[in-house]
Design a protein around this ligand. Structure first.
Ligand code: ME8
Length: 697
């Protein structure tokens, strides 16, 4: 029977826009789903939004909106984020949907009928941001919530209480008999000692506000937002054919909500009649993404970290590409630990491991296929194999198996490390066998063996990467002459078998799969993602793989054919990565939208370098304005070592952009347009002179 895999993320509060922390959990869930499908399993991935409760009600009031209109708007921002990150949930549940409301009331009645709900009163210290009570000993000095660092509110209310205390022993037995219920182990230890410390009954209704699901048969109360929200995992599949997926194998959460998921949630389910086999298999707690040492969060004060760059996942994916961001999130952070998130870090990883290792491998081998094998994968006869190939294949097989085991234990950073090691191994094999020498010696058989092995390993790596970089993997496979992966139930596509790339397959060499992060492009990327004062990731890059890219021993690099792209080089405008996705290409805007951009002819009056800012130039640009020339800070210094060349040049200026503050008195009042390729950057200009300030349309 086909194995089933059901993974969930927390449903996100709609009290603010999504940020990189939400993207993180959802990217992980998406990659796990893709991995399990690749292995022939039936997989289902659920995410959604948590829309009730006092916190949301207060945000709606602040926004001057009715709660439903407010949650509709913010929920849509979450839903709209996922396609931009290549995240494909099978279902997106909202707690204001009728299916959920009816489901929660059904499960409330079950719990009530089991005798676990009673009316009483509750007095305590409430944190609205957590939507939970705190004990005095948990609080920081000044009665502050330890998570949100905001004052708690004293509450005394008539409420429905859930007999949580009754479940203390059953919960402890669950943790003991099924240690996999709470992972990683450190979290289990924390939870066990929390439960051993004694559980009080839990207040599960509210009567001081109305934005929630009404308590059945008691209209003066709404159901506590956590009782409501936790049941989403069940209401999404309950009473549908998808109920067969229940229970979830992996429920992902970050550490702030581990207690709700590992104590309250199983207790609610036990009360509703669920036996162990019907409880979630594992609640997996990951760490926080930190930006500038702090948790990325919806609270603007915490996200506005001056030097680390934006934490808006859409802007990051627009500039760097969704696959590159996904790779970084899974590769960089040891899953379960906190991890510092940084834009230069994304670029550094992508360049060193995707570009210079994986992409490099493909683009080193392909030219030989065109030149010596008529564009087809060469034949390899068993008798032509040497000890080197046998060792290589054995090593690859071991790495592939170990990487699969790493995925199975949610050590994705390790799985990706092993995947990159496969590509490194093949790059070393390429260096050692030196196909450019074999080509000169006319040993076509041996040359064919080497090239066929390298290409097969590119296939292996593309498949191994596909849960994380689905689009880039498809591009790699396409250039190898292969079609996209089509996972089917009961067919394991994990590349444990050698030889998926058949002899005579016609390869399709194309542009570099991963953009080259040359200094000017990188500088523009950093600027457009609000990174200030960062060391370019280029300088921290590990050494490149050695070896020729063409058949004539050119230096190793990933780009046989640079693809010119347009790139804005001053702040706030994303520099396009080398590959333009179909989605980007088809993003049509109305003329009215275009007309909002005020483009003007400008004339550069002065240009100067800025001390200790290698990538920036300070320009004074005449736009024919009565107020005088404008100061524009542009990330073009690396393309203009002789700054004087710029003086007198006509440029195209975006004149109605909000000023951007670079700190230390540097404020830019406009942006220049430019085109850039991995090799060069030039400013947009005109063949004939025009008066400064002339409108460009
Ligand atoms: O807690 N690092 O919603 P929420 C890593 N509605 N992950 C992060 C993160 C960060 N800096 N910030 C957020 C809620 N997350 C409840 C959940 S479930 C029944 C109800 C991710 O909007 C992480 O998965 O505060 C965390 O658990 C979740 O977003 C919290 O989202």
């Amino acid at each position: 029977m086909t194995q089933r895999f059901y993974v969930t993320t927390p449903i996100y509060y709609v009290n603010g826009s999504p940020h990189i922390g939400h993207a993180y959990t959802s990217v992980v869930a998406d990659a796990l789903t893709r991995y399990h499908r690749l292995r022939g399993q039936r997989a289902r991935f659920l995410t959604g939004t948590d829309e009730h409760g006092q916190k949301i009600e207060r945000e709606a009031v602040k926004a001057g909106m009715a709660p439903q209109a407010f949650v509709d708007d913010v929920s849509q921002r979450f839903r709209g984020l996922w396609p931009k990150l290549g995240v494909q949930p099978d279902d997106f549940i909202r707690t204001t949907e009728a299916r959920h409301v009816a489901g929660v009331q059904k499960w409330w009645r079950k719990v009530r009928d089991a005798g676990d709900l009673y009316k009483g009163s509750y007095k305590g210290l409430y944190c609205v941001a957590c939507e939970g009570y705190k004990t005095e000993k948990e609080l920081l000095p000044g009665n502050l919530c330890p998570i949100h660092e905001r004052p708690v509110e004293e509450r005394a209310e008539e409420t429905w209480l859930f007999r949580l205390s009754k479940y203390q022993d059953r919960l402890l037995k669950l943790y003991e008999e099924h240690p996999e219920f709470v992972l990683p182990e450190t979290r289990r230890n924390e939870i066990v000692s929390f439960v051993q410390g004694g559980l009080e009954d839990l207040s599960v209704s509210r009567s001081n506000f109305t934005w929630g699901i009404p308590v059945p048969d008691d209209p003066g109360h709404v159901i506590y937002v956590w009782f409501d929200a936790l049941f989403n995992y069940l209401t999404a599949v309950d009473e549908t054919p998808e109920r067969a997926f229940w229970p979830p194998q992996i429920q992902l959460v970050a550490k702030d909500i581990v207690r709700f998921h590992t104590v309250y949630w199983p207790a609610f389910l036990m009360s509703a009649g669920f036996e162990r086999a019907q409880l979630p298999t594992t609640i997996w707690t990951h760490g926080y993404l930190l930006s500038g040492g702090r948790k990325t969060s919806k609270t603007p004060g915490l996200t506005a970290v001056k030097t680390s760059g934006t934490t808006d996942p859409v802007r990051i994916a627009d500039v760097l590409g969704a696959d590159v961001l996904r790779f970084y999130l899974l590769r960089e952070v040891s899953f379960g630990q906190d991890g510092e998130f940084s834009i230069p870090g994304i670029i550094g990883r992508a360049r060193a491991e995707l570009g210079e290792t994986v992409g490099n491998l493909l683009h080193r081998a392909l030219p030989f296929v065109g030149k010596y094998f008529d564009g087809r994968v060469p034949e390899v006869k068993d008798e032509s194999l040497t000890e080197t190939e046998r060792t290589l294949r054995a090593r690859v097989a071991t790495l592939v198996t170990e990487a699969g085991a790493a995925w199975d234990t949610l050590t994705m950073h390790r799985a990706l490390e092993l995947t990159i090691e496969v590509a490194r191994t093949a790059n070393r094999y390429f260096d050692e066998t030196a196909p450019w020498k074999l080509a000169k010696s006319d040993d076509r058989t041996r040359l064919g063996v080497v090239i066929a092995h390298v290409l097969e390993i590119v296939r292996v790596v593309a498949v191994m990467l596909s849960p994380v970089t689905p689009t880039k993997s498809e591009e790699l496979l396409h250039q190898l002459g292969l079609g996209a992966l089509t996972p089917t139930e009961d067919t394991d596509l994990w590349p444990t078998q050698w030889g998926g790339l058949l002899v005579n397959t016609v390869v399709r060499p194309g542009p570099p799969v991963f953009p080259k992060y040359d200094p000017p492009t990188e500088a523009a990327m950093l600027l457009s993602l609000d990174v200030r004062d960062a060391e370019p990731a280029t300088e921290k890059s590990p050494p490149k793989n050695k070896g020729p890219m063409s058949t004539d021993e050119k230096p190793a690099t990933e780009s046989p054919a640079a693809v010119p792209t347009t790139a804005a080089v001053a702040p706030a405008a994303p520099a396009a990565p080398a590959a333009v996705t179909a989605e980007e290409a088809s993003a049509i805007i109305a003329y009215d939208d275009f007309a909002k951009v005020d483009l003007r002819v400008g004339k550069v009056l002065t240009a100067e370098k800025i001390p200790r800012k290698d990538k920036l130039l300070k320009l004074s640009v005449d736009l024919g304005e009565a107020s005088g020339p404008r100061t524009i800070i542009a990330g073009i210094a690396l393309a203009f070592p002789v700054v004087e060349e710029l003086v007198g040049q006509q440029v195209v200026v975006v004149a109605n952009l909000a000023p951007r503050d670079f700190g230390k008195g540097l404020v830019s009042h406009g942006m220049l347009l430019a085109a850039s390729s991995p090799e060069s950057l030039s400013l947009a200009t005109f063949a004939k002179p025009y008066a400064a300030g002339t409108r460009v349309k």
